[in-house]
Structures are given as C-alpha cells and as structure tokens.
Ligand binder design. Sequence first.
Ligand code: NAD
Length: 415
Amino acid sequence: MNNPYQNAMTQLEKAAKIAGLQNKIGPLKKPMRILKANLAVRMDDGKIKKFKAFRVQYNNFRGPFKGGIRYHAQVSLDEIKALSFWMTIKTATVGIPMGGGKGGVIIDPKKLSPMELEKLSRAYVRAFYKYLGPNLDVPAPDVNTNSQIMDWMSDEFNKLTKKNQPAFITGKSLEFDGSQGRDTATADGGFFVLKEFLKQLKISPKKITVVIQGFGNVGANMAEKLYQSGFKIIGVSDSQTAIIDPKKKGFNYNLIKEIKSHHGRIDVCVRHEAKYCKIVHNHLSPQKIVEQSCDLLVLAALENQITKDNVSRIKAKMILELANGPITPKADQTLWQKNITVIPDVLANAGGVTVSYFEWRQNMKKENWSRAQILKKLKPIMIKALKRIDKIAKKYKIDLRTAAFISALRQIIKK
Ligand code: NAD
C-alpha cells in the first residue's frame, strides 16, 4: 500500500540531501496543526449520519495556509497531510505568498442529494471556522468539490463571523465574488508550462500524441486546450471507462465532452448512437490507460497511479502531472532511469493555487480582474518557475521534481 505522506517525506529528504539542507527541514517534517471533526448531517430520510472530516494546516511560514477541500470515499488523514505538504511546496515553487493546507471529508458525494451536500458543506465550516479566515487559512475546491460548494461555505462563514469576508475561500462562483479564470486555471497553468517546455525542445504540438487520465475539471479543460492547439488526443479515461484511438489520428474533444456530459461516461459509442460513432475507438480498462504508448501522458485523476508495480510498462516519452502525487518515489526513480521526463505536480498544476491567490487578492482589495488580466499575470509566473527549476535540475543533474523541491525549500527556509 502506497502511503502518500511517506512518499511526500521521501521526496522532501531527497531534495534536502542534494541541496545540503537536511538540518533545516525539521519544521517541514510534520504539520503545524491537524483539525478533526465528525460532521453530523440530517439526511433526507430524517436520520442523522456522521462523516469524518479533516483540515490539515501544514505550514504558514510564507503566508496563510492555502489548499482545497476534497470529498472522496478514500480520503484519509495521511492523504490530506501529504496534499497539505505538497501545497506548501507548490506555493513556494511559484512564489506566491501563501503556505500549505488541505481539507477532506470521507464521503462519496455522488450518494448525497443536493440538500445533503449543502448541509455537509456548511457543517464542515461550522466545525473548523475558528481556525479559518482570509489571513489564517484559505480553503478552495479539490476533487468532487466545486464553486457551488465554495459558495455555501462562504455564506456559512459570513453568517458565523457576522461579516462579509469573501477572501475566506476561493473558487467561488462569479456571482459570489469568485474570479474570472479560476475554473480553467489549473489547466491554463499546466498548458503554459508544457508549451514553454516543448518550445525549448523545439517540438511542434502537431507531432505530439497525448493520453489523458481523468476527465474532470482539470483533465477535461486540459484536453480542450490541447485539442485546440493541434495536439492529437489518442486516449482518455475517467474513473469507470477508458477509450483509445487505434489509428492514432486523434479524438475530437467536443464529441467526447458531449458524450461525457450526456452519459456521465466517455465510451457510449458501443451503444451505436449514429452521431457518436464518428469516434472510432477501442475500449480499455481505466487502470490500463497510463500504460498506452504516446508522446505525452497527462495525469489528471488521483495519487499513486504510477507505482513500482506498473512503471516498467509505461511507454510515454514525457509525463505532465496535473493531479497531485500521481507517481510514487520508487516509480519516479525508474522513470528517471528510463529517460522519461516528468513535469511535476508542484509546478504543472500550480496554476490553480496561483489564480486562487489572485481571487483572494481581488477580494481583499475589492477589485475585479478580467480573464485576460488573469492569464497575463499567470503566464510569467508559470514560465519563470519552470526556468528556475530547469536551471537547478541542470546544475545538479536531477529530475524536475527534486529541483522544484530545492527551489521551494530555499524559499520556505529563508523566511
Ligand atoms: P474532479 O473531481 O473534477 O475530476 C477527477 C477526475 O478523475 C474524474 O474524471 C474522475 O472520473 C477521474 N478519476 C478518478 N479516479 C480515476 C482513476 N482511477 N482512473 C481514471 N480516472 C479517474 O477533480 P479535479 O479538480 O479535476 O482534480 C483532479 C486532480 O487534479 C486531483 O489530483 C486534484 O488534487 C488535482 N488538482 C486540482 C486542482 C483544481 O483546481 N481543481 C488544482 C490542482 C490540482
């Protein structure tokens, strides 16, 4: 069993050793605060059900704790600790003045009615609100949470504190002080990094075949950007289904999106609906999607997808980690030996937290920035971080993840 927190600590030790920072990473070996609660929710049938919830405040040396809230049946305290640690590294990697935190509830949200989901989200805020706030800890969405949930949480926080404080949480809807561009920010940031990376290698998008694991907020938005820029998407998966283009011509993103939104899955072509059968594909088990042959594998689902058990079967030439922690340290080592470049999560998906920070700033200053302004500010942050990390990687002859950690540790420890 891969423990994400142990994996995170292995990554930390490795980077600290290379940079000669072993004696200084003590404060980063454990979270500053762990909050736990049992959220009581009255269900639609009148019965009270309890759900385990966490908020981990890992480190605030560089600014308020910052990180999303995840609703998932497999949430564990170690997972949330790992994610909050990675947030600490990520905010420092891109140089925004925030720390790292993360929250989670053990729940399969698909089993809740909208009313139950709202009650659960409000109960989360009631349990932890004394420790949250614009200058303390600023949550955001993550897997299975969205702008509607952020709006409920924001409203609950305002009621409890008897003040309107939109900067308490980010990822809100535009109607309730959210930011332009937050919905696509993670994909936008990843795309800026990828394009710059390919530019340095003088590779044209038209030649690149892509396989994408995960078709949620991050995966689907990235698929759209790649498709529009001429990349060939030859494989896609969600948690239940996966499809692969046997001819490697590339799928039409718009059709896949339409299928997913109508059917909740991406492989309905088997049902022979004339329109959808324009997509010629083979079926695959979702676990196998990462093993397909391609130029670029985009990981946009969950952690621990490439491990020592399947790394020998990875055929991609390059991997972009939009999910958090999808590759274990052992697998990372093998990929490095196989000369497969990994653009790591703490850089590749940092566009999300960067635009969250923009939302926080707009709320604090009562400003509204346009989508064009957001993208104009985001792009140089992502590219600057890539260049800084690339330089460290070349200097020490190490992988980009370890280089990103070194860059971040220097920022965190300096403070
Ligand atoms: P989401 O809930 O919108 O989508 C997750 C997707 O992954 C869904 O399509 C789901 O079906 C799929 N999935 C789950 N398990 C899978 C499996 N075993 N195989 C294939 N697909 C699987 O979540 P999201 O917001 O898109 O987040 C995806 C990842 O990106 C997470 O690791 C999250 O922490 C990370 N991330 C998200 C943001 C953000 O802004 N939303 C920012 C940074 C990082």
